[in-house]
Design a protein around this ligand. Structure first.
Ligand code: ADP
Ligand code: ZN
Ligand code: ZN
Length: 711
């Protein structure tokens, strides 16, 4: 009713509603009211008192009754409100488009807007007061004055496929495009050309890559192409002052190009004109803690809001994107598909060779497995490369020396006392380390159970593979790249430079080296132990394995002169598996079809929508009891007709690694035939979960993961 309206603001008596960082789920308390001497535009950054502190906040708007949870909430009484401490006038407000992105992301991923908004801003910005900010901005303005003109960049003549792709991008802009191009088909050149067009129209370009390791390479390519343009980068490897500087450059519109990892999707880009999501299928685009957002999916939303095209590029698109780009009659129609089926310069994709380990044993006897995972034929192929001065890559997705140590007499294994997992043996520093909780110990001299000194590594990791290579190919220069060798900043770059400079004969690595890198002298890529993923309980495992193998294979034969003799080897006990048949034909389309058929029949994503409710507690019973209460609550909502009865809740179960760092974890899977049903359900259900989290079933923490990538 009229009477509940706030009177129009008078000078000195405005009430502004401010988002502050209050870590709570969707609810009423995410925005607080403050008095201000003048109206403030939504998106303005302010400092406000909160308890005994003064914190940074984001103005949501002027206070007026808001319908939340079905009630109309009047603003608090003005006389009891506190004053805004400081207004960041020097900084333009966040745009309306950015505020909409925030609203959408918070609602979709079930987070409080205040918490999400503030976590999207650089921490260094949140630590500044107005005077410090002014100083920063002055510095930045001085830098902006010198942005340098460079030489005219070299641009290759476009291949016909690239030309057609660009034509579609121009004609159908703005839209969401799925650029499906095999590795080395020149996708990046397409991004560069479309970026140029958008930049010339005076708009900003955002480019996302899945891994921080890929940013230097991409940065170099964009910087070389656009020498006169200012480029900002946003990823977790920056120091807080660096991140602030880059963030401000984008926010103030001084940077025309922003490159970054998933967090960059929240960059402030007032003139956004294009978003590129490279390797869009990569699971790294999904944040795995806090607000569990998908930067890829948010990119699509953000592009639509901004009237900007979104290019999702991949050789092996996610099945979600593939379906979205299918004809409307087949359930798609949301994205436009553009194909680049050929490698630049007519280079062939590497021939795929399956090494049937069963046959290796039949031919060479059991002792051939002593060399495992380097089978005799693979060893011969490595020698050949070595003699020709070409490079090889061995892919093994497990770091450390061996995944577990065991005692040959009593069967003791190196279990982590805090987790339901083994501690991994790292030979370099003779430690056993848990990859889940990080705890570790020195390798014991004898079995802790029976005292037998004969404790042996079981299985293989990259460290052991490297050691094995040194014995089998003593003359080869071997370098290992994985999470252990790249801990120090700069080490990855220097290792990669060694590979590019031809100082390395064999590269051993985890999936880290499989992605994106443009190795020119590589003619052999071998996945030495890929079988684990074939029979995983995770329904996305085959999709991931296929993408990884295609990506890895894509590192071979990138130089057209070497393409003809480039090979991708896969050692397996299951050569007849249909996944390998598709891989041999480089046939992503056939693979996607068969996977989508399976998913359709089983009503799995993308033919249904899922969310996980996770609970961490001191005991498994407690974690599950909380989830059972949540389940019962959902049942009540359904019985009352408040949410769709088509939403299905699976019984609570322990997570795949059930205990981590002495905390028991359980999860409850929620599934709905359609996304909208799931969203409506979560909006009604999640805000109630705090209320049930109290004794006797109080858990340490709970979280909702919408569109989870592993269940
Ligand atoms: P993708 O991103 O699809 O893997 P890239 O864009 O990295 O492929 O291109 C592969 C290689 O081909 C790169 O070395 C790139 O410089 C080169 N390239 C791309 N387009 C052309 C072109 N039109 N003419 C010549 N070389 C090209
Ligand atoms: Zn023992
Ligand atoms: Zn552990």
């Amino acid at each position: 009713p009229e009477t509940e309206r706030v009177p129009p603001p008078e000078a000195g008596r405005c009430i502004v509603r401010v988002l502050v960082e209050l870590p709570r789920h969707v609810g009423l308390h995410e925005a607080l009211d403050y008095r201000c001497d003048r109206p403030l535009a939504p998106g303005t950054l302010v400092r406000v008192p909160l308890g005994r502190r003064v914190v940074t906040g984001l103005v949501e708007g002027m206070a007026e009754p808001t319908p939340a949870c079905g009630q109309v909430v009047p603003p608090a009484e003005p006389e009891r409100l506190r004053d805004v401490a400081e207004v960041f006038d020097a900084l333009p407000p966040m745009t309306a488009g950015w505020m909409r992105l925030l609203d959408f992301a918070a609602a979709y991923y079930q987070r409080s807007r205040g918490e999400l908004a503030l976590s999207c801003l650089p921490t260094a910005l949140r630590a500044l007061d107005g005077v410090q900010l002014q100083r920063r901005l002055k510095k930045l303005a001085r830098r902006a004055d010198v942005a340098p003109e460079g030489a005219t960049p070299q641009r290759p003549v476009l291949a016909p496929g690239q030309q057609q792709a660009l034509q579609k991008l121009v004609e159908q802009a703005p839209s969401t495009f799925l650029l499906h191009g095999v590795t080395g088909s020149g996708k990046t050149e397409v991004y560069l050309r479309e970026a140029q067009r958008v930049l010339e129209a005076g708009r900003q370009v955002l480019v996302l890559v899945p891994e921080i390791n890929l940013t230097p390479q991409l940065e170099a390519r964009f910087a070389a192409r656009f020498p006169g343009r200012r480029l900002a980068v946003l990823h977790s490897g920056l120091t807080p002052p660096q991140r602030l500087q880059h963030w401000l450059a984008a926010h103030l519109g001084q940077a025309d190009l922003v490159l970054g990892t998933r967090m960059a999707i929240f960059a402030s880009l007032p003139r956004l004109g294009l978003i590129v999501v490279d390797e869009e299928h990569d699971p790294s685009y999904k944040q795995q803690e806090g607000a569990r957002y998908s930067a890829r999916d948010l990119a699509v939303y953000r592009g639509r809001q901004a009237g900007a095209s979104v290019i999702l590029g991949s050789a092996t698109p996610s099945l979600e994107s593939w379906l979205n780009a299918a004809p409307a009659a087949e359930g798609g129609g949301r994205y436009r598909r553009i194909d680049l089926p050929e490698r630049i310069g007519g280079g062939a994709l590497p021939a795929v060779r399956l090494v049937d380990l069963e046959r290796v044993v039949a031919q060479h006897g059991r002792q051939a497995l002593r060399l495992h995972p380097i089978s005799p034929p693979l060893l011969a192929a490595l020698r050949e490369r070595l003699e020709r001065g070409e490079q090889s890559m061995l892919l093994l997705n497990r770091r450390g020396y061996a995944p577990v140590l065991h005692c040959t007499s009593c069967g003791w294994k190196s279990a982590c006392p805090h987790c339901s997992a083994w501690r991994v043996f790292h030979k370099v520093d003779r430690t056993l380390r848990c990859h889940h909780c990080g705890s570790g110990q020195r390798v014991p001299l004898a079995c802790p159970e029976c005292g037998d000194p004969d404790i042996q590594p079981m299985g293989r990791g990259t460290e052991r593979l490297e050691e094995q290579l040194a014995t089998l190919l003593p003359q080869a220069r071997v370098v290992r790249i994985d999470g252990d060798t790249t801990r120090q900043s700069g080490s990855l770059e220097s290792q990669l430079a060694q590979v590019h400079d031809g100082e390395v004969d064999v590269l051993v690595g985890t999936q880290m080296v499989a992605k994106g890198h443009d190795f020119r002298r590589m003619t052999l890529v071998a996945a030495v132990d890929a079988d684990g993923a074939l029979f995983s309980s995770d329904f996305r495992a085959p999709e991931r394995l296929f993408a990884l193998l295609m990506q890895a294979g894509g590192r071979a034969g990138r130089d057209a002169a070497l393409a003809a003799r480039s090979e991708m080897w896969v050692q397996t006990w299951h050569p007849a598996h249909p996944l390998f048949a598709a891989l041999k034909g480089h046939d992503y389309i056939a693979f996607a079809r068969s996977q989508l058929d399976e998913r359709r029949i089983a009503a799995m994503p993308p033919f249904s929508a899922q969310a996980l409710l996770r609970a961490d507690a001191s005991t498994q019973e407690l974690a599950q009891a909380f989830l059972q209460r949540a389940e019962a609550l959902a049942g009540e909502l359904q019985a009352a007709g408040q949410v769709s009865a088509e939403v299905f809740l699976y019984p609570p179960v322990p997570t795949s690694v059930q205990r981590v760092a002495d905390v028991e974890r359980a999860q409850l899977l929620v599934e709905a035939p359609r996304r909208a049903q799931l969203q409506a359900f979560l909006a009604a259900w999640v805000p109630l979960l705090d209320d049930i989290n109290r004794p006797p079933t109080r858990v340490i923490r709970w979280a909702v993961d919408v569109d989870p990538l592993s269940i």
